[in-house]
Design a protein around this ligand. Structure first.
Ligand SMILES: Nc1nc2c(ncn2[C@@H]2O[C@H](COP(=O)(O)OP(=O)(O)OP(=O)(O)O)[C@@H](O)[C@H]2O)c(=O)[nH]1
Ligand SMILES: [Zn+2]
Length: 213
């Protein structure tokens, strides 16, 4: 018997699964509304599938971004500046790949420049490019650090993320106050205890506010 399920349509091709059309995505949202016990045709829900599709385009626009390209424009005239550069308290808006619900928190990113520095906003853009995907926090942390290390080739990179997972606060184990902390230290941040200590002091809770829920 030749039965075509939606999963068949998403069968892997060489470049990954085929992207469904907008109409197919909206139909899937209508199915979820029905499955939750709703009437997708009632007035308040009529436009919801289209709204959710638009929201998904925003939540997951990281898939269309190239984090490497974001770091290619650098500045060389740094007058011998060789101290740590830290961008702290970068808001993280991501989604858990297990439950498809938000992960909200903040990232702290640092690097020790070699001969070049990058425009500081680009560090936040790299964070967003990886956060706006389905993620687990460990992978998100590692991707940010590894990309900065590979492209800028600084003397070291550190990334710390503190985040609240709605899959742990609004469902399942229901622990709204619990935040997850992950870190990836490369180069001098991994090998030199004084560099690591300086970074951890700069991002300590004494200097930063509480994590938003
Ligand atoms: N390590 C890690 N785990 C995560 C992350 N986000 C969600 N999780 C966990 O992924 C796990 C999935 O576990 P499962 O047992 O397959 O799913 P579940 O039955 O919904 O689990 P509960 O959340 O315990 O109800 C849960 O323990 C989540 O807390 C993350 O970023 N990193
Ligand atoms: Zn989850």
């Amino acid at each position: 018997m030749n039965v075509h399920t939606p999963a068949d349509k998403l069968a892997k091709t060489e470049s990954g699964p085929e992207k469904p059309s907008r109409a197919e995505a909206e139909a899937a949202i209508r199915t979820l509304l029905l499955w939750a016990g709703e009437d997708p045709e009632r007035e308040g829900l009529k436009d919801t599938p289209a709204r959710v599709a638009r929201a998904y385009e925003e939540f997951f626009k990281g898939y269309a971004e190239d984090p490497v390209a974001l770091l290619t424009r650098t500045f060389e005239e740094i007058e011998g500046y060789d101290e740590m550069v830290v961008l702290r308290d970068i808001r993280i808006e991501s989604h858990c790949e297990h439950h498809m619900v938000p992960i909200i928190g903040r990232a702290h990113v640092a690097y020790l420049p070699g001969t070049r520095v990058v425009g500081i906003s680009k560090l936040a853009r790299v964070v967003d490019a990886y956060a706006r995907r389905f993620q687990i926090q460990e992978k998100l942390t590692a991707q940010i650090a590894n990309t900065i290390q590979d492209v800028l080739q600084p003397r070291g990179v550190a990334v710390v993320i503190e985040a609240n997972h709605q899959c742990m606060s609004t469902r399942g184990v229901h622990k709204p106050g619990a935040s997850m902390v992950t870190s990836r230290m490369l180069g001098a941040f991994r090998d030199d205890p004084s560099t690591r200590k300086e970074f951890l002091a700069i991002i300590s809770p004494r200097n930063c506010g509480p994590v938003e829920a």
